[in-house]
Every structure is written in C-alpha cells, then in structure tokens.
Design a protein around this ligand. Structure first.
Ligand SMILES: CC(C)(COP(=O)(O)OP(=O)(O)OC[C@H]1O[C@@H](n2cnc3c(N)ncnc32)[C@H](O)[C@@H]1OP(=O)(O)O)[C@@H](O)C(=O)NCCC(=O)NCCS
Length: 155
C-alpha cells in the first residue's frame, strides 16, 4: 500500500532518487542541458532546504519513497514525480489531491503547474486547465517554454 505524507528529515535521498527518474522524462521534452540543471537544483541539500518551507509531500511504499510533489507559497505545484513502476496506479492523483488540500488549508484559491508535454493529460484529467499562452519555466540561467495549467480549488 502506498500512502501520502509530508516530507520528514531523512527522506532527502529517496526524494532525489524519485526526482531523477522524473527529470529523465522531462529531458525528452526539454533537452539534456535543462535536465542537468534540474538535477543540480535537486541535490540532497537543496531538497532539504525546499522541504523546510513546508508543502513538500512524499508517496511512501513500506519505508521507500516512491513519489514526490511540492506546493509553493505562490500556489505552484512542482516535482510531481513517481518511480516508473508506481505510475498509472492512481498514486499521482492521490499526491496531487493531497497538495491541493494543503493549498486549501493555506487559503489558496487556485494552484498551477508548468507541465511537461507528457503529463498534460494527467493534469487535464485532474481538472487543470490551460492558463494563457505558453509560459516560461526558468531553470538556473536557462528558460524553456512550457505550458501552464491552473485549477480553481473548490471551497
Ligand atoms: C505524471 C505522473 C505524476 C502521473 O501520476 P500517475 O500515478 O501515473 O497517474 P494516475 O494513475 O493518477 O492517472 C490519473 C489519470 O491521468 C492519466 N495519465 C497519467 N499519466 C499520463 C500520461 N503520461 N499520459 C496520458 N495520461 C496519463 C491516467 O491514465 C489516468 O486517467 P484515467 O483517470 O482516465 O484512468 C506520473 O505518471 C509520473 O511520475 N510521470 C513521470 C514524471 C512526470 O512527467 N511528472 C510530471 C511533471 S510536470
């Protein structure tokens, strides 16, 4: 059974492992340079730092971290990633729902994601809608055009 909970100290390495498999997917869409930057932005130390701000969730099977997701104060949801063999089993939807509940508790009315092309259907099925034109996702000094999806949260 997989359960979703907030990040705890000690989860960093497991999260990095998951995030690296997710970055492999976006590498196909955005290229090696962006993927390398994303990997550098998610070292164990940087994951720890991001988690300190709160809103960092993990999916856990037994004692292993198999999924990650993060809600920032701005309402941006990112690093929604699962280890390959845990994909397409409803766990991503649970993780996203969990982050949306955290957002609601924080009083946010909307959340948004910059989706890679592969995951767009996943967000559309979860009620996200295209928000404006293609957005620009900044990663270090590089920027890639990618589409932004937004969801209005039920009160
Ligand atoms: C994207 C991801 C988080 C989705 O989580 P998941 O657990 O696999 O998705 P779920 O099983 O909850 O799927 C929910 C719905 O979205 C659909 N879906 C999920 N991933 C999809 C994909 N890549 N392409 C098309 N549809 C997809 C499912 O078929 C399902 O539809 P249904 O309700 O009609 O059955 C996961 O597949 C993943 O880690 N992918 C690689 C990393 C990635 O691209 N992350 C997104 C970064 S923006």
């Amino acid at each position: 059974m997989v359960r979703i909970r907030l990040f705890r100290p000690g989860d960093e390495k497991g999260c990095r492992r998951v995030i690296l498999t997710g970055i492999k997917v976006s590498e196909k869409a955005f290229g090696k340079k962006i993927a390398a930057m994303q990997a550098r932005a998610n070292t164990v130390a940087k994951i720890r730092e991001k988690a300190r701000a709160g809103g960092f969730a993990v999916a856990v099977a037994g004692t292993a971290i198999v999924g990650t997701g993060r809600l920032q104060d701005s309402g941006e949801i990112s690093i929604v990633y699962l280890l390959p063999r845990f994909r397409l089993r409803g766990i991503g939807s649970q993780l996203l729902g969990y982050l949306e509940r955290v957002a609601r508790r924080r009083g946010l009315k909307t959340v948004f994601v910059y989706s890679n092309p592969v995951a767009e259907k996943f967000y559309l099925k979860a009620g996200y809608r295209l928000a404006g034109k293609a957005g620009v996702l900044r990663c270090g000094h590089a920027a890639v055009r990618c589409r932004r999806f937004r969801k209005r949260l039920a009160v």
